[in-house]
Design a protein around this ligand. Structure first.
Ligand SMILES: [Zn+2]
Length: 252
């Protein structure tokens, strides 16, 4: 059944590309049809097949020959892979669907944060409510764990942001990160928040150091934190129990 997850993932990934492109500009994600960013001509349905069209067209627009950013097939391939992984790890059913919805939200947030340094409330706020709602069904966690996760996720980063602002006198972490971790907590519970934050801080610090070392004078080393929170949540989702054991083991 994994291949169904993969194909559905490819198709959804094509839609995620639209969300990543249009959400930050407050454009409708339904209309108009996708257009070539270079020549503005609408993309034909047969040129809009995930992954396949990019390969057949060799990454160029059929009308003007302008390059199609490799980001598009990358997002489609990633979404397809996570669709297959969700089925592989959680079985073909409701839990895999919930996991896949969270994965999609995380992918959209990651690329929007990389592009614009924002995490849209249009994803994280409905995401918090959705995470709480689906916890009442059969799935990953109970409603109590979901509520606890949302409060811990939002609360912990709120304190970090507040503390940093007091100490450094300027804003270090945006409200978007706080709401994102609250959303992750609503889906994954407090254990998920702890592991997500641990992996995100570790990978974010390493990436921050690399950026700082390579930084040229005058360039701000602003590394968006959203993608690292997404990496942490994905690692927890797909390797969760092993990570918790390892994490608790390292603490003594
Ligand atoms: Zn074109």
């Amino acid at each position: 059944m994994e291949w169904i997850g993969f194909v559905v993932g490819l198709i959804v990934g094509s839609f995620l590309n639209v969300c990543i492109h249009r959400l930050p500009q407050s454009m409708s994600i339904v209309r108009p049809r996708s257009r070539c960013p270079q020549c503005g001509r609408p993309i034909r349905p047969r040129d809009n097949i995930p992954l396949v069209s990019y390969l057949l067209l060799r990454g160029r627009c059929r009308d003007c020959g302008g390059r199609i950013p490799w980001r598009y097939p990358l997002v489609e391939a990633l979404t397809g892979a996570f669709g297959a992984l969700s089925v592989m790890r959680f079985g073909f059913g409701a839990t895999a669907l919930v996991v896949f919805v969270l994965v999609c939200a995380l992918l959209v947030v990651t690329f929007i944060d990389l592009d614009h340094r924002i995490i849209p409330d249009a994803i994280s706020l409905p995401g918090i409510l959705l995470g709480l709602a689906v916890s009442f069904g059969p799935g990953l966690i109970s409603p109590l764990e979901s509520l606890g996760g949302a409060l811990l996720g939002g609360g912990v980063l709120f304190l970090v942001a507040w503390g940093y602002q007091r100490l450094a006198g300027r804003e270090g972490m945006g409200g978007g990160d706080i709401k994102l971790l609250a959303m992750i907590g609503a889906f994954l519970g407090w254990k998920g928040v702890a592991v997500t934050l641990f992996i995100a801080s570790l990978s974010g610090t390493i990436a921050g150091l690399v950026v700082m070392l390579r930084r040229t004078e005058g360039m701000r080393a602003a590394v968006p934190f959203g993608p690292f929170l997404a990496i942490g949540a994905l690692a927890y989702l797909f390797r969760g129990p092993e990570l918790v054991r390892w994490y608790l083991g390292t603490m003594g």
